[in-house]
Design a protein around this ligand. Structure first.
Ligand SMILES: Cc1cc2nc3c(=O)[nH]c(=O)nc-3n(C[C@H](O)[C@H](O)[C@H](O)COP(=O)(O)O)c2cc1C
Length: 152
């Protein structure tokens, strides 16, 4: 069985949008290295002050890494939207896919996800909505050799 956790959190990154993007890429780089080793897969978004992440793997692999993520001071107010046991992964080829919405591109579907209210009241429906958006935006891509990011 695979455990899947989907959460949203408030970013504590400081600096210009470019600085924050650079810091997010550093998070992503270490996430990919660690996740590959632990057979974890998933997707991460960073959008105007919020993170959202889907993480999946065996419970033994996932639990210690998730505890590290939960304690990471680069974000706060983590709200777990979903914590489920499933038979199949949704992001089987991604050590950690990256989807972001550059400021100003309001027509992107992620721009319509209500991060703020998900942070207080989000549950399974918000998790499903997020997963749908993430998967739609990742579907058309195959994982590059460097596990590279995609900007939408
Ligand atoms: C929003 C967010 C998402 C993260 N996702 C992951 C992840 O998927 N895998 C991971 O190992 N670390 C992730 N991290 C980083 C961990 O909190 C932690 O810094 C890292 O696992 C430490 O490993 P390192 O010393 O190899 O960098 C994330 C951090 C943040 C703020």
């Amino acid at each position: 069985m695979i455990t899947r956790i989907v959460y949203v959190s408030r970013s504590r990154l400081n600096g210009s949008p470019q600085d924050q993007e650079r810091q997010t890429r550093r998070i992503l780089a270490s996430a990919r290295t660690n996740n590959r080793r632990a057979h974890l897969t998933g997707a991460l978004t960073f959008n105007e002050g919020f993170f959202a992440q889907a993480l999946e793997g065996s419970v033994n692999d996932l639990a210690p890494i998730f505890e590290r993520i939960r304690g990471d001071s680069r974000h706060s107010n983590m709200k777990i939207l979903e914590h489920v046991q499933v038979e199949q992964r949704l992001f089987p080829t991604w050590s950690m896919a990256y989807v972001n919405t550059p400021t100003g591109q309001e027509r992107h579907p992620l721009a319509h996800f209500a991060f703020e209210s998900a942070l207080t009241d989000g549950t399974a429906p918000e998790a499903e909505q997020l997963l749908r958006i993430l998967r739609l935006n990742i579907m058309a891509l195959s994982q590059p050799a460097d596990g590279g990011a995609v900007q939408l």
